[in-house]
Ligand binder design. Structure first.
Ligand SMILES: NC(=O)c1ccc[n+]([C@@H]2O[C@H](COP(=O)([O-])OP(=O)(O)OC[C@H]3O[C@@H](n4cnc5c(N)ncnc54)[C@H](O)[C@@H]3O)[C@@H](O)[C@H]2O)c1
Length: 510
């Protein structure tokens, strides 16, 4: 495991950093990080204390005070250099993502590539923090809006994207003039420590203030709660389950803070009779089994027209039969492990529930044992015939279960099944029929934040705004104008005349 050394991961690691400096608390207990790949202990991490948290936030506030005055293109230059560092460590960090979280090495590398891409994007953005100029109704007045840095941004991230989600937030926050404070998932803290170590060289070379990029490793119920209730953090970006997001949104709203919520999905692909099945099949299988079904954009429901149902079902069973399940660092394997044995239990429980509701598991569903599966986290992805209204189908089970759902009439019927869930993240239709595609994308079509034609649900480019509607939370991150969430908007009106006309023509003579 040379990559551990290359990334500065020790046997025991401290859990809080303000940049280059780490706090050395050891009395709060430690997290023992075990790889889902082989069940081996990788390293441990000391949990941060309340005092550590206080120290980090105080440094972050101070750093923000300095950083907001640095011209945005110069802030972009720092992000550019960090992107170069990431390129150097892509292979090592991609391997750690794969080993600590369990996704395939390809996807681990892909995640680091996503970090590099958002750095490049943020560099460009640093010269484009535009406001608008409006015409004033009053003579000799000028009106415009501008965007100012916001403060210290709290980033709470999920286990399944241990590094990319932080960069989507932190790199945009940095060019916007904000400091950031990251609480990663306690299931994948080593990836966060590695990122902090990679950052160190850029921090050193540019003499950046301590506190600009901070890390606090602790439980959601402790460090997470402190962040939610901390008025010094004007924005909290939460990526995680709808349950955590619902709670977080309430807490932060209670102090009139802002949130970006990136929560659970229940994503579907519609296959109409006009679908090109050669294209659709790999998109469906990758979407359903990639990252072992643990992406927020994983394909969970397949809504198939009855005219092609039997053909699709048969092709899927065949494709699933050929899936290679095993060590994700071996590039020949398609599917790695689930994150832990709790996730395996949730997978089995979901299959029990769907059977009770009348569903039929047509392939997969087993927990794998024996050589190569010692961690107990490997399962065979399942395909299940089900109906959309089943309670279990309405939920997000974070595991590789694909529900096949049949529709009979026009595309409207498929869309109404598609939208009939509480989540609204990613969606797709496969069709060669222009009418069907346009209806799917129209105001009466998909109600999700992401809607694709002839592309699966899983995997997005950083250039677009990423996020979803309904119980997915409504947040947007990454590309397009998502940067605006990290800044405060101010409307300015300047009177360059010699009189004081009031708006709406109101007269007030003294
Ligand atoms: N929409 C998206 O962009 C997106 C992306 C990735 C993952 N997700 C979702 O994340 C979930 C899987 O990730 P997970 O199992 O790590 O999610 P989770 O909700 O268990 O944890 C997410 C984060 O919240 C923290 N947390 C837990 N309790 C908290 C509290 N009381 N206060 C503050 N923070 C708290 C956790 O420590 C972790 O860092 C899935 O539902 C998935 O769909 C969504």
């Amino acid at each position: 495991m040379d990559f551990l050394q290359e990334l500065g991961i020790r046997k025991k690691n401290f859990g809080a950093a303000t940049g280059i400096e780490w706090t050395e608390t050891t009395d709060q207990g430690e997290l023992n990080i075990v790889s889902p790949v082989d069940g081996r202990h990788i390293a441990s991490v000391y949990l941060a204390s309340k005092q550590d948290y206080e120290k980090v936030v105080a440094r972050a506030e101070k750093a923000f005070g300095q950083w907001r005055e640095v011209p945005a293109p110069k802030r972009g230059e720092v992000v550019r250099q960090f992107g170069l560092q990431l390129r150097k460590y892509k292979e090592a960090l991609g391997s750690l993502v794969s080993y600590e979280m369990g996704k395939s090495l390809q996807e681990g590398r892909g995640e680091v590539q996503e970090m590099i891409d958002i750095c490049d994007f943020a560099v460009g953005q640093s010269r484009q923090l535009y406001g608008s100029t409006m015409v004033s109704e009053r003579e000799q007045h000028r009106m415009y809006d501008q965007y100012h840095p916001l403060g210290v941004v709290g980033i709470i991230s999920a286990f399944n994207f241990p590094v990319a989600v932080w960069s989507w937030n932190a790199m945009l926050a940095a060019v916007c003039g904000d400091a950031s404070l990251w609480k990663p998932s306690t299931r994948v803290p080593l990836c966060a420590i590695a990122v902090q170590n990679i950052l160190a060289e850029t921090i050193r070379r540019n003499s950046l203030p301590e506190g600009l990029f901070s890390l606090v490793i602790g439980r959601g119920s402790q460090v997470g709660e402190m962040m939610l209730n901390d008025r010094r953090l004007p924005l909290i970006s939460i990526t995680g389950s709808t349950e955590v997001g619902r709670h977080g949104a309430r807490q932060v709203a209670g102090r009139f803070g802002r949130t970006i919520l990136e929560l659970g999905g229940n994503n579907a692909i519609i296959l109409t009779p006009d679908a090109d099945l050669k294209m659709a099949l790999p998109a469906i299988v990758f979407g359903a089994v990639g990252t072992a079904g643990q992406r927020c954009t994983s394909t969970r429901r397949l809504i198939i027209h009855e005219a092609i149902y039997a053909r699709v079902r048969k092709a899927l069973v065949k494709a699933y039969g050929g899936l290679r399940i095993g060590n994700p660092l071996d590039e020949r394997n398609h599917v790695g492990p689930l994150i832990d044995t709790g996730a395996v239990e949730a997978f089995q429980q979901a299959l029990r529930r769907v059977r009770q509701e009348g569903g039929r598991v047509i392939c997969g569903g087993e927990v794998l044992t024996g050589k190569g599966y010692a961690s107990g986290c490997y399962v065979r992805p399942a395909v299940v015939e089900a109906e959309n209204h089943y309670a279990i189908v309405q939920e997000e089970t974070f595991a590789p279960i694909l529900y096949l759902i049949r529709y009979r009439g026009e595309v409207d019927e498929a869309i109404s099944l598609h939208n009939d869930v509480v989540q609204g993240l990613s969606s797709a239709i496969f069709t060669e029929n222009l009418r069907e595609a346009e209806i799917f994308l129209s105001a009466v079509g998909s109600d999700c934040g992401i809607a694709n034609v002839n592309i699966g649900t899983s995997g997005a480019e950083i250039g677009g705004a990423f996020g979803g509607e309904k119980e997915t939370g409504g947040g947007r991150e990454s590309g397009s104008d998502a940067w605006k969430a990290y800044m405060r908007r101010q409307t300015n009106t300047i009177n360059y005349g010699r009189s004081l006309p009031l708006a709406q023509g109101i007269r007030f003579d003294i």
